[in-house]
Write a protein that binds this ligand. Structure first.
Ligand SMILES: NC(=O)c1ccc[n+]([C@@H]2O[C@H](COP(=O)([O-])OP(=O)(O)OC[C@H]3O[C@@H](n4cnc5c(N)ncnc54)[C@H](O)[C@@H]3O)[C@@H](O)[C@H]2O)c1
Length: 376
């Protein structure tokens, strides 16, 4: 972590008439005054990371002029919390790569969501950069190696989207099993397609959770077991024993055996070189006839072309996708996958974390993380 040195005169105060002296300062100062024979309190004292005067308070942060650039659309609570704490915040939620390359040198902290890519050249251009804060989870839009080389701290808010993403995964399962999008579309066209819409219950089905030790995977398992009475089998690269005991799911001894047994496979692993096409063509082929696959993690964890083939050949019944190889999809095969009719694919435009609750929690968490790092 960077050691921060005051860059401006510490005697510059911001006015805050409502500040009262902290008790411990009063006590300390009163004792020292009594000892030194002086009667009044001093005008200036320091407590922890804050400097207090009799009439005004200012933060070390203000004095240090920590400059934060918000590069993506973010809930205003983050901006408010940082500004109230004395940070200089500039919002450019539509900033382009070229603009960022020009601007980066003027900031200590860059706040991003998933849109802005913090590549090695952006990091090199940010000569004052001390931290990159990702509101959300999944650091694949940040060049972590380049950040590490420069000693730049990378922050994220992994806990915030858990419930929202887990609920979306379950929503995609219900949409596929009850063909809700197709039913709605038909109704809107004035058609009553009741006889064509025979669905299935989730209750009693076997759900295979890939990444079941993780935050989102475990939450999906919990909802599936407690809310729907599903049978859950989990797989992870880390030890699952305590999670499995806590939530009551079975541990699969391998990914292949999970995909062979599950009626629904749901993916909750990070995108890493080791998880690129984790669900490749051979694993998709191993899935049960008529099974369903849900991906709310990252597009390239699944081989999308192989998924399309499996759907076209009727080997699997459906896919629920929130994440894609290109966002939005560009290539013909991916457009075809999204356009599959009759609820064979149900797709959402990467909205896992798009809830008011999640956005607010992410924004407050990211601001608090920045404040924890720099003080205030
Ligand atoms: N759709 C969205 O909007 C959205 C929002 C948030 C997160 N996500 C995605 O969800 C993913 C999971 O998030 P999380 O908070 O649960 O992460 P997490 O780190 O808590 O859990 C990931 C789990 O995957 C496991 N894992 C890693 N490699 C594996 C492999 N090869 N096989 C099996 N398990 C493996 C890890 O051991 C870990 O337990 C994120 O990485 C992100 O890509 C998507």
């Amino acid at each position: 972590m960077h050691r921060l040195k005051p860059s401006v005169d510490l005697r510059v105060y911001t006015k805050n008439p409502n500040v009262s002296w902290p008790r411990n300062i009063l006590k300390k100062e009163r004792n020292s005054k009594i000892a030194s024979g002086k009667r009044s309190y001093p005008n200036f004292a320091m407590c922890g990371k804050r400097y207090y005067s009799k009439w005004v308070i200012f933060d070390k942060v203000t004095a240090l002029k920590i400059r934060v650039l918000i590069c993506d659309p973010i809930h205003q609570d983050c901006v408010k919390l940082l500004r109230d704490t004395g940070y200089g915040v500039v919002e450019k939620p539509k900033i382009t790569k070229e603009e960022l390359l020009m601007d980066a040198k003027n900031y200590d902290v860059l706040v991003v969501r998933g849109r802005t890519k913090i590549t090695a050249d952006v990091i090199a251009a940010g000569s004052s950069l001390k931290a990159i804060a990702r509101s959300g989870v999944g650091l694949d839009n940040i060049d972590l190696e380049a950040a590490k080389k420069r000693g730049i701290t990378v922050l994220c808010t992994p806990g915030a989207p858990v419930r929202s993403v887990a609920e979306l995964a379950i929503g995609l399962m219900i949409s596929l099993f009850r063909q809700i999008p197709a039913a709605d579309q038909a109704m809107k066209q004035g058609q009553w397609t009741k006889s064509q819409l025979m669905g299935h219950e989730l209750h009693g089905r076997t759900l295979g959770v890939v990444g079941a030790a993780g935050r989102i995977g475990a939450e999906v398992a919990r909802i599936a077991i407690q809310g729907f009475g599903m049978k859950v089998i989990g797989y992870d690269v880390v030890d699952l024993t305590s999670k499995a005991n806590e939530l009551g799911f079975e541990i699969s001894n391998g990914l292949d055996s999970l995909v062979e047994r599950a009626d629904i496979v749901t993916i909750h692993v990070p995108y890493l070189p080791s998880t690129h096409h984790l669900m490749d063509s051979s694993r998709i082929r191993r899935m049960k006839q008529g099974a369903v696959l849900i991906n709310t993690s990252r597009g390239d964890i699944v081989d999308g072309r192989a998924l399309l083939d499996a759907l076209k050949e009727g080997r699997i019944a459906g896919v629920g996708l929130d994440v894609f190889h290109d966002e939005p999809p560009k290539e013909d095969w991916e457009k075809e996958l999204v356009a599959m009719r009759d609820c064979r694919s149900v797709c959402t435009p990467h909205v896992g974390a798009q809830t008011q609750e999640c956005q607010r929690l992410e924004s407050i968490t990211v601001a608090n993380e920045i404040i924890r790092l720099f003080g205030g």
